[in-house]
Design a protein around this ligand. Structure first.
Ligand SMILES: [Zn+2]
Length: 175
């Protein structure tokens, strides 16, 4: 691989920030390999919007918003659960080797990253989702699926119903 895919490559992020640039697009969850062990399947997409500007100290700043859906699994009932992602973050960008900002300890100061002559937007979005995606999700109280009562809705067959018919063949034959 020689650098990011052209679609996701942001040439000169510093100029982008100074010019107040903006860029948006849609990325499939499946295109972000580091998410794959965190989701139940690779369905779902996110849309992103990246905007550049200068902060009060005239430093280049990138603002990223990500919204979309990740297919996860409920920790309690193991049924699929669409997790709605709605994330927003800001990062200051600095030339490689630049000194840490003097206000880096200020909790109000956004995180900063070193950026080169190009920035991989997909990687930035992927990082943002990795930080924003919880390790464990659950349906709301009382909202969990009762798989056995619903007879395996969604194509999932309860292992117990299969076992029951194996153990009681006469019952099945009588019908
Ligand atoms: Zn559940």
């Amino acid at each position: 691989m020689s650098g990011p895919d052209a679609v996701y490559r942001l040439e000169d992020p510093f100029a982008f920030a100074r010019a107040g640039g903006s860029r948006s697009g849609v990325i499939a969850i499946a295109a972000m390999p580091r998410l794959l062990d965190r989701v139940a399947d690779t369905g779902g997409t996110v849309s992103y919007e990246l905007r550049g500007r200068l902060d009060q100290r005239q430093r280049p700043l990138l603002e990223l918003e990500v919204a979309g859906t990740a297919h996860m699994r409920c920790d309690r009932c193991l049924a699929p659960l669409d997790f709605l992602l709605k994330l927003a973050s800001k990062v200051l960008i600095a030339e490689p080797g630049a000194a840490q900002p003097e206000d880096a300890d200020d909790p109000e100061t956004p995180e900063w990253i070193e950026a080169g002559q190009e920035l991989d937007v997909l990687e930035l979005v992927e990082d943002e989702i990795l930080l924003g995606l919880p390790y464990s999700v659950r349906h709301g109280d009382g909202k969990c699926s009762d798989w056995s009562a619903e007879g395996g809705r969604g194509g999932k067959v309860s292992p117990f119903s299969a076992l029951a018919s194996l153990l009681d063949p006469e019952q099945t034959n009588k019908d």
